[in-house]
Ligand binder design. Structure first.
Ligand code: BGC
Ligand code: BGC
Length: 735
């Protein structure tokens, strides 16, 4: 629709009709039953008239449902403004990608972008217009279950992935694409104690330096929507935070798209204690320029009286409704209210093309953490192998945000092994995921474990151990339960579930070599179990093609290349733990102080068990000849940094070369190092490649003493290497 026409339509709307556009309801209001609810389920007290004016629908998917809801809505609608269908297509629709923490471990934003293009197509064919993705919250605390949804602890890397997901999903915003909604704005990942929905409080410097860049990158990549977060920031809930939403997001960054709340977040302003009632909550949110109220009656019931009583400016509602109409128009809904929704949607789901790409992402997401005596890759022709553990034949391999996947389309580890032409591999479940499922609450019922066994736990273990004894080697497929991470999946202990640890102990007693295949939505604490096993493959929740990807890595068909993007703690007591930290006045390595009086723990190392950037391969890479084109940099020049990488092993592989920089002296303390670039290189055995990075003044900017974003002259150190802890170093000066 031409803008003029849209304006005409807009002007014909009554206040109530405009408010309707600001209201988002779930499918039950429109007669849909298949909905996933993460918020309060009690009746909302919305007048049927408002339901008939509501502007958008939450989490209804499937072309049939979408088309029928849209059709009957439009039939009854006076102005024929189509509904927007929004949903959580977080990292997959029918084709499920590895969880974002695993996507981060690929260090391959291009591949991730291609994958999101595919799942965006699936979602649009199922009638989705807007996806609540990407989640780009920076994470430093593995206790928080939503680490699963993030690409990790680094602002630079997170920004690259934020942009990739948005470009993949949105493409050119045709009927094969969906619009994105970046979330959760802002700093939700810093929730205190890692406890879900908890307080966030930090300096503005840290907020701007570490937490905001990925959202900003998302806005710059063109995300059409932004979602507010549940948390407070400096005492003000994000959903009522005018400074955050209006000053920073809209005015400073120039975001002119739609802001939607997280689930029922306007109503939660009452529980937070900043609003007395729904009316005050609605007033705070609209003043903060929140456009869409997700799943409460605050806007629906309170905005009109607020305008009538002169408590809010009518113009705020006009602006919000206009932004929503513009989005609908940009998506082409006025011309085609069903957009991508296709009655032939099946044809577009889980296609060979999307599966192949997802398989590649799953393979690249897997991180080899340990490989004593090169026990991996496995020789399935020569060795007798027992594959044991609850994840052996599990389809619970996709993580929490994958509601539309179909288990019969997922490949388990056993499925993939059984395709190999060998009789050397035997399987047993060994034990359940958990000793007690009640910790998962009612949500646990949503899962339908596909590998239920009729044996009791003891018999299962006995059967497994028998297999182990007849084998040369054990693959143990263990990990946290799929619902122990994800939203509201906070934990204080990050060990393996007790039953699984018991199985590991029992298997370890046989003395057979053990390869641990580890599933999790977060870094677990592996300090104790690391000593009991010979190899560890961190596989996250690898997605619908996960079993195949794991077997490809185990057998050496794919040489692992994944690298951690979140530090694996030695102990939960170290959390928050991240590589880009400060030195302190008494660092353990270089301080002159006596042993005790240093910044350290008495009972654990300071550093992680496995650091940011870490990951092994079946070959070895050697770094040499780090050289800088100049040791002096100014505002107009660039320094070219080059390094030679050699594959000194016997297998071809992909090395991710990482560039870090340290600003040695600043007006404010600067991190010990910060990621500034990375390159993936493919090397044949024996091959040497030169890798080049460019460094300029802009890359050295930060929020200085006065919160100005600029560089400061002085000495810098560069680190180029395999991880945040293995590198070559050189110095330069900015003049
Ligand atoms: C989550 C969001 C999600 C929303 C809608 C909330 O509980 O925090 O990430 O997009 O529900 O389902
Ligand atoms: C302690 C102070 C103490 C000072 C002098 C420092 O190490 O932090 O509390 O007063 O030594 O002994």
């Amino acid at each position: 629709m031409k803008e003029k026409e849209l304006q005409k339509l807009f002007q014909s709307l009554t206040l109530k009709e405009k408010i309707g556009q600001l209201v988002q309801l779930s499918g039950e209001f429109f007669g849909s039953v298949d909905e996933v609810s993460t918020g309060p389920a009690k009746k909302m007290g919305i007048h049927p008239e408002m339901v008939s004016l509501a502007g958008s629908v939450l989490n209804v998917a499937g072309a049939k449902s979408v088309i029928s809801i849209q059709k009957s809505y439009l039939e009854r609608s006076q102005h024929k403004i189509p509904l927007l269908f929004m949903g959580d297509i977080v990292y997959g629709y029918r084709t499920i990608l590895p969880i974002p923490l695993g996507q981060g471990a690929t260090w391959n934003p291009e591949l991730i972008q291609e994958n999101y293009n595919n799942i965006g197509m699936e979602a649009s064919k199922a009638g989705i217009d807007v996806t609540f993705s990407p989640m780009v919250d920076l994470v430093r605390d593995p206790r928080w279950g939503r680490c699963l949804e993030s690409t990790g602890e680094d602002p630079f890397l997170n920004s690259q992935f934020a942009a990739a997901v948005i470009k993949g999903f949105q493409g050119n915003l045709t009927v094969n694409n969906v619009a994105t909604c970046v979330k959760h704005f802002a700093a939700y990942g810093a929730t205190e104690g890692g406890r879900e929905y908890n307080t966030v409080d930090m300096s503005e410097r840290r907020l701007r330096q570490d937490y905001l860049p990925s959202y900003k990158a998302a806005v710059e990549a063109g995300s059409k929507l932004v979602m507010t977060s549940f948390n407070t920031l400096d005492g003000i809930p994000a959903t009522a935070n005018k400074w955050l939403l209006d000053e920073i997001l809209r005015k400073e960054w120039g975001f002119d798209g739609v802001i939607i709340t997280d689930y029922a977040a306007i109503h939660e302003l009452i529980a937070h204690g900043v609003a007395q009632d729904e009316k005050e909550a609605a007033q705070l949110a609209i003043n903060a320029t929140v456009d869409i109220d997700m799943k409460t009656s605050c806007y629906a019931n309170q905005l009109e009286p607020l305008v009538r009583e002169g408590k809010i400016d009518n113009e705020l509602i006009n602006q919000a409704a206009w932004r929503i109409l513009c989005l609908k128009n940009e998506l082409g809904l006025f011309e085609n209210p069903y957009r991508g929704a296709s009655i032939n949607e099946e044809k577009f789901m889980h296609t060979d093309e999307s599966r192949t790409k997802a398989l590649q992402a799953s393979r690249e997401s897997i991180v080899l953490l340990k490989n004593e005596n090169n026990i991996l890759p496995l020789d399935v022709k020569k060795s007798k192998i027992a594959v044991i553990g609850p994840y052996t034949n599990s389809k619970s391999i996709v993580g929490m945000w994958s509601f539309h996947g179909k288990q019969d389309e997922f490949t388990s580890i056993q499925d993939a092994f059984e395709k190999l032409d060998t009789h050397n591999i035997k399987f047993a479940k060994g034990c359940d995921y958990l000793e007690d499922y009640s910790i998962l609450g009612s949500f646990g019922k949503m899962l339908n474990p596909s590998n239920e066994s009729t044996l009791d736990m003891e018999q299962q273990t006995l059967q497994a151990v028998k297999l182990v004894e007849q084998s040369d080697l054990v693959v143990l497929a263990l990990g946290e339960h799929m619902l122990q991470s994800g939203e509201a999946g906070s934990r204080t202990e990050l060990e393996l579930p007790r039953v699984q640890k018991k199985l590991l102990d029992t298997v370890a007693k046989t003395g057979k070599p053990i390869v641990l295949v580890l599933f999790s939505g977060r870094p677990l604490v592996l300090t104790n179990i690391e000593k009991q096993v010979d190899a560890i493959l961190q596989v996250w929740f690898p997605g619908s093609e996960g079993g195949q990807a794991i077997v490809d890595v185990l057998t050496g068909k794919f040489n692992p290349s994944g690298r951690l993007t979140m530090s694996f703690p030695y102990s939960v007591g170290q959390v928050p733990l991240y590589y880009n930290s400060f030195n302190t006045g008494r660092p353990i390595s270089t301080s002159q102080h006596s042993d005790r009086f240093l910044s350290r723990y008495l009972d654990a190392p300071n550093g992680p068990l496995y650091p940011f950037g870490y990951g092994l391969s079946y070959t070895k890479y050697e770094y040499a000849n780090l050289s800088l084109s100049s040791e002096i940099l100014n505002d107009e020049t660039t320094i070219t940094i080059s390094v030679d990488i050699q594959n000194s092993g016997s297998k071809a592989g992909i090395e991710t070369v990482q560039l870090y920089i340290q600003d040695k002296i600043g007006s404010v303390v600067r991190p010990v190092k910060e990621l500034k670039g990375f390159k993936r290189v493919f090397l044949q055995p024996g091959e040497i490649k030169k890798v080049i990075f460019e460094v300029n003044e802009e890359m050295l900017r930060f929020y200085d003493k006065n919160l100005c974003y600029q560089s400061e002259k002085g000495d810098f150190r560069v680190f180029v290497g395999h991880s945040s802890q293995e590198y070559l170093e050189a110095d330069f000066t900015l003049i």
